[in-house]
Design a protein around this ligand. Structure first.
Ligand code: 26M
Length: 818
């Protein structure tokens, strides 16, 4: 019979199979005979969760007993992706689960693909928060992540006739096996109303905020497993609930719909993630989200602190609050309110305690991305906080004046921007309320001192520090690229699993022909897998033997997907003009979402798709060039694309990409980088060696100088006939014959302003691409460089980043695993 054809499970796999079957029966309510793939996924997830929960409670108990400091990572975004395989891997249960499922005729890889991708974030900032959560559990930092449990995460991107459209992504449709709702952990969050001042027992002023409106924040906890399952931390996400779900008076008066509007308004706070990753929306609902989760989180950690330590004055010794960008910057005022209004602390003590507790990470220098809120809006929504912000500002400006600040410096240091109709600068608020402020790469941190925070850096020297970003090698190497991880294990042993810097042991194998062959075979298998995805989603056939040249990230002008597609067109022209040359077959892979309102970014998506349509069907190209735009880029798709890349495109205008983290993921997986000297690319060059990375283009200083003297894109275009030809073709509708004017705006913008210096860097970029072709022609040389990249990328593990935060910002000890 059929069942006897199945492999028999042994040992651990047997007991794990029994646990899965018990979950299937008693938690899912399905007989194995009729269970569908989704039922098996849920049963497996619940079985794994049981194992995780045991470690979770042990960790939580241990942390409490130690009585030490906890880290609270405040982030409006956690771009988690799927949790099953990463959880199995960290728990050491991947093989066990595979065997257990096989014994009941189920394929782990098939059901793992059904898990929803938790996209509670936009891009780099949100994914960094997720990598940090995993690394904090791994290196033994007792940490809580605090954020919002959005019902709808980042939108789904559909490509229709080459254009992006957006639709809601319902990640909770099949339920979420990883979370534990904590209905009993709920806090009141106030909005609006007025501040009542009275006189305290000693004659001092006492302020009581009487909000007009209250919303409840309800906790949902997700365990976060570290490597080898040794420690499990908590991600606590808040969901908004109305304290009065049905307005009974209205309901009884017969207004059944009206009775629900208050509830709808309250619950809209955690309905959806704001999908912009650069320009703040400036909408009231966004400010409500920011205050909602910040207040709930501070109330929660203060309650935990008092329960354990009794005394509010020791807060900074027991709690470190890290602000992920300015989105939770209102924490400075909210903590002050809690300390002064509720715990009757003096101003000076409260401010010292706040500053000792809080620190702030900056992720961008783009002026349009810096958050500021109109004073009248803050005044209406959070009147007490506005008072506190004014009071903080008065003291800071007095201090600055005493330190010799000029009027211009005072204006720059002020929390209030008087220039644009009085706004609260959240960056300045976060800065003055923090003991440390950090950038996310060496270059970015230096630029912070010279640009946005120049004067604050003078008044508060030493406060700005650098913490170069990192990525978790568990998800981005072991889980995403099991083929490579397995080869590395066989070659250099298991040490790198516990300490990514041990990957250097691979260096002696870089030129070893036998190893090179096996390394290339892994890459080829990953490329075949991506080719299959491309075939299935786009109906496009690509050859896994071609050079896979990949740019995947949010669509943004500064990231310069436009530079890449223009160079692709130049290559297309050259192939047709010189069919006799021996061109390197290339597959250009693009993916990324544009903010729904970012029109020029959406036109770039359309241009890529227009070019793809023409190039992919042109017989003159003889399959030497293919262009693929994969829709709906997310963490799960990244896990397929990144291990399959030969070439990683990191080509932002120098000085504009704070760090980048995709750059690290590609290099760790053996792709070579073509990139500008921007963000962490600079440090990647230092680590992998200048011979093993392709750096081109203007430096940040040169970009600044060229902008200062005035850009001259027309001269750049005139100087490069290939570029001129490309722009003529795009502008005149060669790729959009049905609508020849379609890309006119894009070309005009390049010709007349070119703020992102695409035309300045085009020629050197193009030349570098041809050098890359030449190297591809010598596989042994290419592979040597790729292997050296893997060997030397260990430093970019987020474990290292977290140790740096622990040592230099949080004042915490960390432990080694393994
Ligand atoms: C702000 C206000 C309203 C709505 C949305 C936002 C907003 C959301 C996300 C603004 C910026 C957001 O993200 C910025 C971001 O992802 N920055 C990236 O951070 C990475 C991690 O440090 C860096 O590697 C990238 O270089 C940087 O662009």
């Amino acid at each position: 019979d059929e069942a006897s054809a199945l492999p028999e499970a042994t040992g651990d796999a047997r007991s794990f199979r029994d646990l899965i079957l018990a979950k299937l029966t008693y938690a899912v309510g399905k007989d194995p005979i009729v269970a569908r793939d989704h039922d098996w996924l849920r049963a497996l997830s619940l079985a794994l969760r049981d194992r995780i929960v045991d470690r979770w409670m042990a960790t939580t108990r241990g942390v409490y007993r130690m009585g030490g400091k906890r880290v609270y990572y405040f982030s409006l975004e956690f771009l988690i992706g799927r949790l099953l395989k990463d959880g199995l891997n960290n728990m050491g249960l991947l093989g066990t689960a595979r065997e257990a499922l096989a014994s009941v005729g189920v394929d782990l890889d098939v059901i793992a693909e059904l898990e929803a991708d938790a996209a509670l974030g936009n891009g780099g900032l949100g994914r960094l928060a997720a990598c940090f959560m995993e690394s904090m559990a791994t290196v033994g930092v007792p940490a809580y992540g605090y954020g919002i449990r959005y019902e709808n995460g980042l939108f789904r991107q559909n490509i229709i006739d080459g254009w992006q459209t957006e639709s809601p992504e319902n990640w909770l449709a099949y339920g979420n096996p990883w979370e534990f709702p904590r209905r009993e952990v709920a806090y009141e969050i106030g909005f609006g109303g007025a501040v009542e001042a009275s006189e305290g027992w000693d004659g001092s002023a006492v302020h009581a905020w009487k909000p007009a409106e209250t919303v409840l924040a309800v906790a949902h906890d997700t365990p976060v497993v570290g490597w080898r399952g040794l420690r499990v931390n908590t991600l606590r996400l808040w969901s908004a609930r109305s304290p009065d779900p049905i307005s009974l008076d209205a309901f009884n008066a017969g207004d059944h719909i009206g009775a629900l509007t208050a509830r709808t308004k309250a619950e809209s706070i955690s309905r959806v993630l704001y999908p912009a990753d650069s320009t703040p929306a400036g909408q009231e609902l966004r400010l409500r989200q920011e205050y909602f989760f910040t207040s709930a989180s501070l109330q929660d950690l203060v309650r935990r602190h008092l329960k354990q330590h009794r005394e509010i004055r020791t807060l900074a010794q027991k709690a470190a609050v890290q602000l992920n960008d300015t989105h939770p910057a209102i924490a400075v005022a909210e903590l002050m309110r809690i300390l002064i209004d509720i715990h009757a602390m003096s101003w000076a003590d409260a401010f010292a305690l706040t500053r000792d507790t809080i620190s702030y990470t900056n992720h961008t220098l783009l002026p349009e991305a810096l958050e500021s809120w109109p004073v009248p809006l803050l005044e209406r929504l959070l009147p007490r906080h506005m008072q506190i912000i004014y009071a903080i500002n008065a003291r800071v400006l007095t201090e600055a004046r005493a330190a010799g600040a000029t009027d211009a410096m005072i204006a720059a240091v002020s929390i209030i921007d008087e220039g644009h109709g009085r706004r609260v600068r959240m960056g300045n608020l976060a800065f003055v309320g923090s003991h440390k402020v950090n950038g996310v790469s060496a270059l970015h941190s230096e630029l912070m001192k010279e640009t946005v925070f120049r004067d604050l850096n003078t008044v508060f020297p030493g406060r700005i520090t650098n913490k170069t970003n990192g990525i978790t090698p568990r998800r981005w190497l072991m889980t995403a690229n099991p083929g490579l991880a397995g080869l590395l294990r066989e070659t250099i042993g298991e040490g790198f699993l516990d300490d990514a810097e041990k990957l250097v042991a691979l260096e002696p194998f870089a030129r070893d022909p036998g190893f090179q062959e096996r390394f290339a075979a892994v890459k080829h298998a990953n490329k075949a897998r991506l080719a299959k995805t491309i075939q299935q989603t786009l109906g496009l056939r690509v050859d896994p033997a071609a050079l896979f040249d990949v740019q995947v990230k949010r669509m943004h002008e500064y990231k310069r997907q436009l530079l890449n597609i223009l160079e692709t067109i130049a290559l297309y022209n050259a192939i047709r003009t010189h069919p006799e040359k021996d061109w390197v077959p290339r597959v250009k892979v693009f993916a990324g979402k544009a903010a729904a309102s970012y029109t020029s970014a959406k036109y770039i998506i359309k241009l890529i798709n227009d070019v793809a349509k023409m190039v992919n069907t042109d017989p003159a190209v003889r399959n030497l060039l293919k262009v693929a735009f994969l829709p709906n880029y997310n963490v799960s798709l990244a896990e397929v694309i990144i291990p399959a890349a030969d070439l990683s495109e990191q080509i932002s205008t120098a000085g504009m990409e704070a760090s980048g983290t995709g750059n690290m993921k590609f290099a760790l997986n053996g792709a070579l980088t073509i990139g500008t000297l921007d963000g962490a690319n600079v440090e990647m060059r230092d680590h992998v060696g200048a011979d093993n990375i392709f750096i081109f283009g203007l430096t940040a200083a040169e970009v600044e100088a060229r902008r200062a003297k005035g850009l001259n894109p027309r001269a750049n275009i005139e100087a490069d006939p290939a570029l001129a030809e490309v722009l003529d073709a795009v502008g005149s509708g060669v790729f959009s014959p049905a609508d020849p004017q379609r890309h006119r705006g894009t070309v005009d913008n390049l010709t007349n302003s070119d703020w992102f210096l695409v035309t300045d860097d085009f020629t050197s970029y193009s030349a570098m691409q041809r050098r890359i072709d030449a190297l591809w022609g010598t596989p042994a040389a290419w592979r040597e460089k790729a292997i050296l990249n893997v060997a030397r990328m260990g430093w970019f593990s987020s474990d290292r980043t977290i140790r740096d935060y622990s040592d230099e910002i949080w004042g915490l000890p960390t432990v080694k695993v393994g």
